[in-house]
Design a protein. Structure first.
Length: 136
C-alpha cells in the first residue's frame, strides 16, 4: 500500500508544474465561451438621470448654431440635408458631442460660445438628431 501511495505522490509531483498552465488554458477556454463584450453605447455620456430637452435644444440651435448649419457656412452640414448627416452616422452622438465641445474642422469649440453648458450642447445634439431622423 505504501508503494502505491508513494508512486501517486511522485506522479503528482511530476505533473504538478503543469497545473498553472492547465488552469490558464481552462480559464481561456471558459472566457471565450462567455457572452461577447457589449458594444460601446453610441449615446452621449450624461449624468445619471439626464433627460434631453429637445425644445431647449431647438432654442439653442436657433440662437447659436443655425447661422452656420442652416446655410452650410464654411462646410457645416446643413440641418435639412439628411445625406450630409448620414455620412456622419457612425460618429453619433458621442463623437458629435466631442466635436462640438472641442471644435472640429472650421467650427470652434462650443460653436464659439463658451457660455454653452454641457446640457445645452447635449440638448442641441438631440434636437439635431430628431430633425435629421424626421428628414430621412
Amino acid at each position: 500500500m505504501a508503494c502505491k501511495l508513494t508512486m501517486r505522490v511522485k506522479a503528482s509531483m511530476r505533473f504538478g508544474h503543469y497545473c498553472p498552465v492547465i488552469a490558464l488554458c481552462v480559464g481561456a477556454l471558459l472566457t471565450s465561451c462567455a457572452n461577447p463584450p457589449a458594444q460601446p453605447s453610441k449615446s452621449v455620456p450624461f449624468a445619471s438621470g439626464y433627460r434631453p430637452d429637445i425644445r431647449h435644444g431647438a432654442k439653442i440651435y436657433a440662437a447659436y448654431c443655425g447661422s452656420c448649419h442652416d446655410k452650410g457656412k464654411n462646410g457645416a452640414p446643413q440641418l435639412d440635408d439628411a445625406e450630409e448627416w448620414d455620412e456622419r452616422a457612425d460618429a453619433w452622438p458621442a463623437d458629435i458631442d466631442r466635436h462640438v465641445k472641442l471644435g472640429f474642422l472650421l467650427m470652434p469649440a462650443r460653436g464659439g460660445h463658451p457660455e454653452l453648458s454641457d446640457a445645452d450642447i447635449s440638448d442641441t445634439i438631440h434636437y439635431i438628431l430628431s430633425q435629421v431622423a424626421a428628414n430621412d
